[in-house]
Design a protein around this ligand. Structure first.
Ligand code: KG4
Ligand code: ZN
Length: 337
């Protein structure tokens, strides 16, 4: 089975073709981040318009690169939610229309299920069950994954997502958008120990997270110091340490509580090198296998949507002719395909 995957939930236009026999045949990404950087964050209307401009040309390129004719495709998968409504509607309407024109089924994919399954694109794919830490710009979730579509929520952020905290803190420091990579780069020149930020909600039991206090702590420090390059690096360093430490503490706790021996980490913040290094260390010490997709499959991409779509289409799931977008959609509402 060969499926075309389309991702347009936020500011990345992603297109890929996944084949059940041959694996991922091609994937292409067009990032709008430069366009949004001027405004310090994603402007939804501009995002939708740019997806309209970029999606079909990318589809043509990916089909040409893989020597795929429409007649070779068995389905189209598009991100149905959660995300920006306008941006989602571009992928959904184009995906649904292409499938109709080509006479093949279409399926709407949950963006976070795409992230969750991204490690399956790698040669060393995890087997079920596993513990998953999903960390993106909109979500911070610890999930018990028994099988595809069988998810139990263990913990989530009660306020900002961790990626959002990276983005907001980067903005405070004048580091631009997207904030995650910018904070990581600035932190590389930071002085350890000059500042120390709280590790929110780690001093009490439970697996929920809170990241708005961390951002406020960073704000307070920026108000007390002149923001020269050295201080910006030092704040970025302390922020990254606190955010990563918090995630690692909660993962360690969840592993202990669930006795899982496999940990999957996915979503944009999963690209963070310090987080990957600290979790690698923790897992090695505790006989847990860690699975992190390559950084380009941690951040938004079409490949994860094509993969999740293949799995659902193969099981017979498909949408009717109507299409829609679900801006808010809990991962826990999914069922097995
Ligand atoms: O999964 P993703 O690409 O899009 C969403 O579904 O939200 O995640 C984007 C988030 C942004 O907040 C971005 O700042 C963060 O992931 N991010 C990072 C890194 N790369 C991206 N955060 C920390 N370190 C990184 N290297
Ligand atoms: Zn994402």
């Amino acid at each position: 089975m060969r499926v075309l995957g389309l991702e347009t939930s936020c500011d990345d236009t992603g297109v890929a073709v996944f084949d059940t026999e041959r694996g991922l045949l091609a994937h292409k990404l067009y990032s709008q981040s430069q366009m949004h950087a001027e405004y310090g964050g994603v402007v939804p209307e501009l995002a939708s318009r740019d997806h309209i401009r970029k999606l079909l040309p990318l589809v043509r390129e990916v089909l040409a690169d893989t020597g795929t004719a429409p007649g070779d495709l068995d389905g189209v998968a598009y991100t149905m939610g959660p995300g920006l409504t306008g941006a989602l509607l571009v992928g959904a309407s184009i995906g649904r229309s292409l499938a109709y024109a080509w006479g093949i089924p279409a399926v709407g994919v949950h963006h976070m299920e795409g992230h969750l399954l991204a490690p399956m694109l790698e040669p060393d794919a995890p087997a079920f069950p596993f513990l998953a830490l999903l960390v993106s710009g909109g979500h911070t979730l610890l999930t018990d994954v028994r099988a595809m579509g069988d998810y139990r929520l263990l913990g989530e952020s009660v306020d900002d997502a961790v990626g959002e905290a990276f983005d907001k803190t980067a903005k405070l420091l004048g580091l631009g958008y997207p904030g995650g990579p910018a904070i990581a780069a600035a932190a590389a020149h930071g002085t350890p120990g000059r500042f120390r930020f709280p590790r929110p909600m780690t001093d009490r039991p439970g697996l929920d997270f809170s990241f708005s206090g961390l951002k406020t702590a960073a704000l307070t420090v920026t108000q007390q110091h002149a923001l020269d390059a050295r201080t910006i690096g030092d704040i970025a360093y302390a922020f990254q340490e606190a955010a990563v430490d918090t995630l690692v503490i909660k993962c360690a706790r969840a592993l202990e509580q669930t006795s899982h021996t496999r940990l999957v980490i996915a979503g944009g913040v999963g690209a963070n090198a310090l987080l990957r290094a600290r979790l690698t260390e923790h897992c090695a010490k505790n006989n847990v296998r860690l699975y992190c997709p390559r950084p380009l499959f941690c951040t938004d991409n079409g490949a994860m949507i094509a993969y999740a779509g293949v799995m659902r289409l193969r099981a017979g799931q498909e949408e009717g002719l109507a299409f829609g977008a679900r801006a808010r959609w809990s991962l826990m509402d999914l069922t097995a395909p």
